[in-house]
Design a protein around this ligand. Structure first.
Ligand code: 7TS
Length: 423
């Protein structure tokens, strides 16, 4: 075992100064856990916030807090300007044509539930098909299951290859005239696979099939342009792109959102109300009932400003180097098998170790200050596809370092020593 350990330790790589500088924006990365420096490799669950985002949220509470779209007083107008300003930042960040296409939600889950209920209910009848990829998060499965039960539509699974890439040949074959909706993630949270969304959208558009893309794991890793992608709906969460929790976005093509009935009713989403007749507000407010997550939306705007201030091309290529480095290290640890090896995947490694339960791995890693996620990652069908109950997942962000990958590898070696794992 010493030989393996020494081999791994001998291949160190130095983290670029630009990354170390960026790390200073993230106070939480200085935490000490179990007497060890925190190694945060659970970015797939939630990314950390830079100080700039926290400061913006605090300043909002200190100086501008009030309810939006309601008061004529100055504070309400300031809050409304900040809140609507953030919507414009989101629009520009994802290349949408109009802020009418940007609906604030509480997260990806809420965004997909909105589409399933509003669009799904109105556009599905008995015998129709909803295609869902085998690598979806439960957030892009369960709402459709619920709507399928209500409407009599059928869920059909798009299969995936052994490397975790989507089986595009099978997908094309499945696209018959019964298919009304295709649900697929841009990036899989369990495998790291990046799906060919543009190709999927083109095929669906030809057949008038709606595309619902779960962008939760893509948005923090590379630039997304919904117009270039040509999708109908695109959902994501603020907390996976260095913003706060409690805020997410549903992008919807204006024409489709216009045709849809609201999902939730209440204040702000109406133009006029009587007991006989109610008329809906214009887009996007039609879908935003009640007091919205104001501070969170403004925080999301600040996260966008922060990402825009960085050299994202550099960060993207740096994350790929982290992935290569992690692959190299993991391949030298006895008994490790990586689940999801598709070309072009993001910096995320799901893996199993022969004979060791992922929860034991997670607990031992926590003792070393290394935070990873273990379990089925709310993607049970993909675990079933690979015939495993769970994985350990190290998901990286641009602020992670090569030294942190070393710490992960060292901690995993401890696991294999403790459990006496051999290849
Ligand atoms: N879709 C994908 C692909 C996700 O990874 C997640 C969260 C969601 C949807 C749901 O997002 P929410 O913000 O509405 O909760 N994924 C994870 C994960 O991988 N580990 O913890 C949460």
């Amino acid at each position: 075992m010493d030989t393996v350990s020494n081999d791994i330790l001998s291949q160190k790589r130095e983290t670029p100064g630009r990354i170390l500088e960026i790390r200073r924006d993230f106070p939480i990365l200085n935490r000490v856990i179990q007497d060890k420096p925190l190694v945060y490799l659970d970015n797939g669950a939630s990314t950390q916030m830079p100080r700039q985002v926290m400061d913006t949220i605090t300043a909002y509470h200190e100086f501008h807090h009030s309810n939006v779209h309601r008061g004529v007083h100055q504070l309400s107008q300031e809050a409304t300007d900040l809140y609507e300003g953030a919507r414009e930042k989101v629009r520009s960040f994802i290349g949408a044509k109009s802020t009418k296409e940007i609906v604030y939600t509480s997260g990806t889950t809420a965004a997909i539930n909105l589409v399933a209920n509003s669009y799904g209910t109105a556009n599905l009848t008995k015998g129709d098909k909803i295609l869902i990829s085998n690598m979806e998060h439960h957030a892009n499965i369960v709402p459709w299951y619920m709507i399928a039960r209500k409407t009599g539509a059928e869920i059909v699974v798009i299969p995936i290859h052994d490397d975790g890439s989507l089986d595009m040949d099978a997908f094309v074959e499945l696209l018959d005239e019964k298919v009304k909706i295709v649900c697929v993630n841009h990036v899989s949270n369990a495998l790291g696979t990046v799906n060919p969304i543009n190709e999927i959208a083109v095929l669906c558009r030809e057949k008038n099939i709606a595309t619902v893309v779960d962008g939760a794991q893509a948005i923090g890793h590379f630039p997304v342009d919904v117009t270039d992608l040509g999708v109908d709906f695109y959902a994501f969460s603020g907390h996976k792109m260095h913003g706060p929790t409690g805020i997410g976005i549903l992008y919807g093509r204006e024409e489709l959102l216009e045709s849809m009935e609201p999902f939730m009713g209440g204040g702000d989403m109406i133009l006029s109300v009587s007991f006989d007749e109610i008329s809906w507000n214009e887009l996007p407010y039609k879908f935003e009932a009640g007091t919205p997550p104001i501070a969170q939306a403004i925080g999301l705007g600040a996260a966008i400003d922060y990402l825009n201030s960085l050299d994202r091309e550099f960060l993207e290529s740096y994350e790929q180097q982290l992935l290569e480095y992690a692959n190299e290290k993991l391949s030298q640890i006895p008994g490790v098998r990586i689940i999801g090896t598709a070309e072009g995947k993001i910096s995320l490694n799901s893996f199993v170790i022969n004979g060791v339960h992922p929860h034991d791995i997670g607990t031992i890693l926590d003792g070393e200050g290394v935070a990873v996620r273990t379990g089925q990652h709310c993607a049970e069908p993909v675990m079933d596809r690979f015939g495993i109950p769970a994985t350990t997942r190290a998901s990286m962000a641009f602020y992670n370092t090569f030294e942190e990958i070393d710490a992960l590898a060292d901690a995993l070696l401890k696991v294999t020593e403790l459990f006496d794992v051999t290849d």
